[in-house]
Design a binder for this molecule. Structure first.
Ligand code: SIN
Length: 495
């Protein structure tokens, strides 16, 4: 049975939001969206193509001419109003997230709060955008800078956070005066479309926010967003291979670019750590959204002296999870997003077993619950030749690798082309500083497994991409710095 929304008008079927209006695809083509827990059809959405996307870009470009000149305070009020509406409609948004993404209700509500907080944060930043006054090295010159909105932004967001990955991009874009065309993920389009409806109700001017959908046409839509010269900035959250392709496509028009790509997060537990605290941190980091976040622990390294104790306590905690339909009471973990995700998880577990890993818990699908369910799994005796050491699993499987020394574990942790998040647990202050400085990642969690916060800069190094989202740094991603020099400005007062 379809879940009920308090406000059914938030469920937008067969329409996208362009230029302040709800429109169908030019071709009238649609694609199906399925509930990952039951496999049942949720509904259909417009299959936008290149021409539909061009129209949305044109609407954003027209809106930019006015919106860029609103004062920071005006933009702040609009974002604040949108924030208030997201909070007021949190239950419905959480229902949509659980329905199309499979997150249990409590997690989905957590995501709505996380998502709303980006609007709150950036509504507070909007009136406080300052340039600089710079002492010139040329006598008689005065130099200052103005921060200007970069222009129309193409935003491409993933299914694992159907609300928060959009608000994290749209919040700063609107705060500085940009307008956006947001390509919603084909797996989870209804949450972004509901956010668009709330933008409309908040009075965001037409054309400022456009939300479009596509599934089969995703590469075509992506190509338009990355090659159309009117789009001046692209922000993408997703896989590293797709990020590289989009970057290539953006090079033709030299767009400003932010890429938040895949990770392979090391999670290191030193033998001086509080083991119970480390177990709680590892459970939170590894199994958040059933392992389907870019910052989930992917390789859990435990120092040999506490390896067995950690493994036993960790598996005992994981054994308490309740896997099932996200709407069922008491369920802590839902399905994975689709069968490809399940196949990858299964392949990683099989590969590890073939190379000598032991299954302490789980290790199989849960077909009685549905095609996309996998039992939360703990593997021990992991070695670095296993696929899980070099590939992101993106599922509910924790592999525990033993290690001996600090130097060894940091070397192994860094031996990957990506570097998004890294975590470690230690009570040795000197080690804390040393290891935090040596990890090749954009974000470090020390004695915590949860680092996401609208006030903290989110982003990676190496092939995890570049650019920062959230925080005071997130705003600059949507701005250009214009320098103005006044010449011939004498110093002497006229007599
Ligand atoms: C992601 O998985 O890309 C985002 C995770 C987060 O914001 O915590």
């Amino acid at each position: 049975m379809a879940p009920k929304l308090r406000d059914p008008s938030l469920f937008k079927q067969d329409v996208c939001y362009v230029n302040g209006e709800w429109v169908k695809a030019r071709s009238a083509k649609t694609f199906e969206v399925h509930d990952p827990a039951t496999g049942q059809l949720i509904g259909t959405c417009p299959e936008f193509d290149a021409q539909d996307t061009e129209k949305a870009i044109a609407a954003a470009a027209a809106a930019f001419e006015e919106f860029r000149h609103k004062t920071g305070r005006e933009r702040s009020k609009l974002l604040r109003k949108w924030y208030d509406l997201v909070v007021e409609n949190a239950d419905d948004l959480a229902t949509l997230i659980s329905w199309e993404n499979g997150k249990p209700t409590a997690d989905a509500k957590g995501e709505v709060t996380y998502a709303a907080n980006f609007f709150e944060w950036f509504s507070e930043e909007a009136p406080r955008i300052y340039g600089d006054t710079i002492p010139s090295s040329v006598p008689g010159n005065r130099v200052f800078t103005i921060k200007e909105p970069v222009g129309v932004c193409g935003l491409i967001t993933p299914w694992n956070f159907p609300a928060a990955m959009i608000t994290r991009k749209v919040g700063p874009a609107l705060a500085v005066g940009c307008t956006v065309v947001c390509k919603a993920p084909g797996e989870t389009p209804y949450t972004p479309l509901a956010l668009a409806e709330l933008a409309h109700r908040a009075g965001i001017p037409k054309g400022v926010v456009n939300v479009i959908t596509a599934l089969g046409n995703t590469p075509e839509v992506g190509e338009v967003l990355t090659t159309n010269p009117t789009v001046r900035k692209v922000s993408f959250t997703g896989s590293t291979p797709v990020g590289k392709l989009l970057m290539k496509q953006c090079s033709g028009t030299l767009k400003k670019l932010s890429l938040e790509l895949g990770g392979n997060a090391p999670f290191i537990v030193f033998d001086d750590a509080d083991v119970d605290q480390a177990v709680a941190g590892a459970v939170a980091s590894k199994f958040r959204s059933s392992g389907q976040t870019c910052v989930c622990a992917n390789r859990i390294f435990v120092q040999r002296g506490i390896y067995d104790e950690f493994a036993t306590k960790f598996a005992a905690k994981v054994a308490t999870f309740s896997v099932g339909n996200p709407f069922d009471t008491g369920v802590t973990h839902g399905p994975l997003i689709h069968s490809r995700a399940i196949d990858k998880v299964e392949q990683h577990v099989r590969d590890a077993q073939q190379k000598g890993a032991r299954v302490l818990l789980g290790g199989h699908r849960l077909p009685d619950l549905g095609a996309n369910f996998y039992q939360p799994t703990v593997l021990v005796d992991m070695t670095t030749d296993m696929a899980m050491a070099s590939e992101e699993t993106f599922g509910p499987v924790a592999g525990l690798f033993p290690f001996d020394t600090e130097e060894e574990v940091v070397r192994i942790a860094n031996s990957t082309p990506v570097g998004l998040a890294g975590y470690f647990f230690s009570r040795d202050l000197e080690r804390v500083h040393r290891v935090a400085e040596h990890l090749e990642v954009g974000m470090v969690g020390v004695n915590t497994g949860l680092i996401s916060d609208p006030a903290a800069p989110f982003g990676g190094v190496k092939e995890s991409g570049f650019g920062r989202e959230g925080s005071m740094y997130g705003i600059g991603e949507y701005q250009v710095t214009k320098m103005v020099t006044y010449g011939g400005m004498g110093k002497k007062l006229q007599s």
